[in-house]
Design a protein around this ligand. Structure first.
Ligand code: NDP
Length: 485
């Protein structure tokens, strides 16, 4: 019997599901059991071409609609997503293995927020009038054209919406390629957008591995590429896009610092460290994986952290009581276990976890290392799993320098009850998305993205509009034209 997660077909192009079984088969594995629940097929060159030519053609009429009309469709799609939240959350759990307790509140809901927010903005995207004496200049905010979105596997619904909603609001069309690991959810986003009234061809989804992404990025019909992925992939995709002088947004990885001062509320700081390391089993790019704790509260912090981490409920992700799910794939589990081994060998002190969980599926125990030093592998490289490194520090000046000593710059957090210190420290941290007495909040209203190797451009908020549109300026002369001859 066909599993309920099996999609009608692999791709969604020109308003309908399209299949081409001559592409490489991509098995979809449910991370909680290791069983294959669906199969999709990578896009062949013919499918890539069909998606791009359809999106290119459809964009022209879409850009001619008023922003209010486009926005209405996005807002309708948001309503449909909310109505189907349960069904979409179950699919997200099948796609990623994340527990339903999370997916019910963080995935389709966050996607719907993006559709609603950018739907609301669409009608207010205007230019300006610049007086020049009797003459004037006016500006027009125009769509870029055809945008490509390429997603990572940790938030397949959210990424599809975070890229699609601002792109469509600005009058662009999109071809979206999900990660081969999580191909299911973006198809539902496409289906819902079309059900809400999006014209055929405005939002298309095609499957495939890196080479399909590569074919999209290098195609001359494409005007912009928005990638969520790792730094090495980001560098490749950025370079390929640059060769065609395309616009880019790069949402890449991190090794973010979370700094906890002696005067912080310990339970809030522990809660921030848990949210910033163990949500989605640690598979979150903005995680605060280097937790710097001031020496005065170190042991108290570690004791409370170990106690609360012990309350994590590992189990069936479909059981709403489960608060901690498996790694997305066996491969990712092995990568993370390799880092845990390095932590042990390099001399970090294991506080809790440190092993694969003794159950089916790709579960790793939530793991905390203390006495981590700046040069250890677990403090330098992005692990993308439930591994928290706790480092000690003495002074504010010292911790700022150490926090910034990384190629990454996605996020940073500070816990302290001294608000002038909080703002002073945040002001010196090299990171794009920061938190004071909190960690990992990502509302659609706030810009999201990194500095340094963690990325280029911003998603969400009004900032995203700038990255999915361009400004035309028009000089209007009222009098005669003076010329030299
Ligand atoms: P990857 O960088 O491996 O892949 C990201 C996407 O790019 C996938 O869809 C992948 O396809 C595709 N891709 C790979 N190579 C190319 C290429 N040469 N040209 C075009 N596309 C390509 O990341 P993961 O999927 O493994 O995701 C984990 C990473 O994503 C982590 O490092 C994490 O930090 C980062 N991330 C960043 C976020 C942010 O907003 N800053 C949010 C979430 C994750 P395929 O995998 O199918 O081969």
């Amino acid at each position: 019997m066909t599993h309920p997660a099996q999609p009608k077909a692999s791709h969604f192009i020109n308003g309908e599901y399209v299949e081409d079984t001559t592409g490489t088969p991509i098995p979809v594995i449910y991370a909680a059991t290791g069983e294959q629940i669906a199969t999709v097929y990578a896009a062949t060159p013919a499918i890539v071409d069909q998606a791009l030519s359809t999106a290119k053609e459809a964009q022209k009429a879409w850009a001619k609609m008023t922003g209010t009309e486009r926005g209405r469709i996005l807002r309708r799609a948001a309503d449909i997503m909310r109505e189907r939240n349960h069904e979409l959350s179950v699919l997200e759990t099948y796609d990623t293995g994340k527990p339903l307790q999370e997916t019910l509140v963080a995935d389709a809901t966050s996607g719907a927020d993006a559709l609603e927010y950018f739907g609301g903005l669409a009608g207010s995207l205007t230019g300006e009038h610049i007086p020049m004496g009797e003459d004037w200049v006016y500006t027009v905010r125009e769509a870029l054209g055809l945008c490509v979105g390429i997603g990572a596997w940790n938030y397949p619904t959210q990424i599809a919406c975070w890229k699609g909603a601002p792109a469509l609001a600005c009058g662009n069309s999109m071809v979206f390629k999900p990660s081969e690991t999580t191909p299911l959810c973006a198809l539902k986003v496409a289906e819902i957008l079309h059900e809400a009234g999006a014209p055929a061809g405005i939002y298309n989804v095609i499957q495939g591995m890196g080479e399909v992404g590569g074919a999209l990025v290098t195609d001359p019909r494409v005007d912009k590429v928005s990638l969520t992925g790792s730094v090495p992939t980001g560098k490749k995709v950025y370079a390929a896009a640059a060769a065609g002088m395309k616009h880019v947004t790069m949402e890449l990885g991190g090794k973010s610092p979370l700094i906890i001062f002696d005067d912080a509320d310990i339970d809030n700081a522990v809660g921030g460290a848990i949210n910033g390391n163990f949500y989605s089993s640690g598979q979150v790019c903005s995680n605060g994986t280097r937790v710097f704790v001031q020496k005065g509260i170190k042991e108290k912090f570690l004791a409370r952290l170990a106690e609360r981490t012990g309350n994590a409920i590992l189990g069936d992700p479909m059981d709403e009581a489960t608060s901690f799910g498996p790694m997305v794939t066996e491969n990712q589990m092995n990568i993370v276990l390799g880092y845990i081994e390095k932590g042990k060998v390099e001399g970090a002190r294991l506080i809790c976890g440190g092993n694969r969980a003794d159950m089916p599926g790709y579960y790793i125990q939530p793991t905390v290392f203390a006495d981590v030093t700046d040069d250890m592998t677990i403090a330098r490289e992005e692990i993308f799993g439930p591994v928290m490194s706790v480092l000690d520090f003495d002074t504010e000046e010292e911790v700022i320098a150490r926090a910034n000593d990384t190629e990454f710059g996605l996020s940073a957090g500070v816990f302290t009850n001294d608000f002038s210190r909080a703002h002073r420290v945040i002001g010196q941290l090299e990171a794009g998305s920061c938190f004071i007495n909190s960690y990992n909040d990502a509302p659609v209203e706030a810009p999201f993205g990194g500095v340094k190797a963690s990325g280029v451009g911003r998603e969400n908020s009004k900032e995203a509009i700038k990255h999915f549109s361009q400004v035309k300026s028009v000089y209007v002369r009222m009098g005669d034209v003076e010329a030299a001859f």
